[in-house]
Design a protein around this ligand. Structure first.
Ligand code: ATP
Ligand code: ATP
Ligand code: CA
Length: 217
């Protein structure tokens, strides 16, 4: 289903989010205070506008209240990011995601009701580190201090065996959420599903258990 997104702040992060959403076929309103940034995004957004995200009147004029999701991607100007997020919550936007620059910024965004706070550099750094230390881990999402999801190339010892044979939950305490095979993905695989050479496993669990799973050859 087509969703409506507004992105405020078109730095590298905002542009990347806008472009991806637009290419996925969603309606995207891209906003920046800097006209040259807005000009660059015109062909990669549904609507684009020059506006100050801290100006309530300007936001209302853009019809921001009709958007389901707004992403505040204003970076260095922490004050503007906070004020913009606050206005959006006051206007009544259900889902406001904001990019944080540091821990203090994060705390304030949290207090004023941001629905999700993103640390792109930190998150990306963590993912890259996971790739660097493991030749099997393809992607990594941290869910909490204790839990994550990893995408990992199926270890050799698991090839041609079913999840039942491998008894993964009992042996590792982790659950396979999906098995990727070429372009196909088997979500929520059953005990009788078999792991084949080249499969990518999407695994959820406690970090320690995942580590043991990753270390399997
Ligand atoms: P990135 O790391 O994503 O490239 P950044 O963290 O370096 O970005 P900035 O470049 O400081 O972030 O800000 C992102 C964008 O937000 C800039 O294009 C800037 O013009 C825009 N911006 C700053 N203040 C406002 C505001 N009040 N209203 C709308 N846009 C703003
Ligand atoms: P459990 O309480 O461990 O889920 P169950 O009888 O409900 O047991 P089955 O679905 O019959 O489980 O699967 C038997 C075994 O196969 C499980 O105990 C588990 O070790 C393994 N298994 C099945 N599906 C998965 C999965 N998606 N991820 C990890 N292991 C699985
Ligand atoms: Ca930056």
């Amino acid at each position: 289903m087509k969703k409506q997104f507004a992105i405020i702040g078109l730095g590298r992060f905002g542009v990347s989010v806008s472009t991806e959403l637009f290419q996925l076929g969603h309606e995207v309103l891209a906003v920046d205070i800097n006209p040259s940034k807005v000009k660059e995004i015109t062909n990669f957004s549904t609507h684009s506008a020059v506006a100050d995200g801290t100006d309530e009147k300007a936001l209302r004029k853009l019809g921001i209240a009709n958007f389901d999701h707004v992403i505040v991607a204003i970076g260095d100007n922490i004050q503007a990011s906070i004020l913009c997020t606050l206005l959006l919550k006051e206007i009544g936007i259900k889902s406001v995601w904001a990019k944080a620059q540091n821990y203090y910024h994060h705390k304030v965004l949290d207090k004023i009701g941001a629905d999700k706070i993103i640390h792109p550099e930190h998150d990306m750094g963590q993912r890259i580190a996971q790739h660097l230390v493991s030749d099997k881990v393809i992607d990594y999402i941290e869910l909490s201090a204790d839990y994550s999801i990893v995408e990992i190339t199926a270890p050799k010892s698991m090839h041609n065996k079913t999840l039942f044979d491998l008894d993964i939950r009992a042996k590792f305490g982790v659950t396979i959420l999906g098995i990727k095979r070429k372009k196909q993905i088997n979500i929520s695989p059953l005990a009788e599903d078999r792991v084949l050479v080249g499969d990518i496993l999407i695994v959820i669990g406690q970090k320690n258990d995942l580590k043991r799973f990753e270390d399997t050859n």
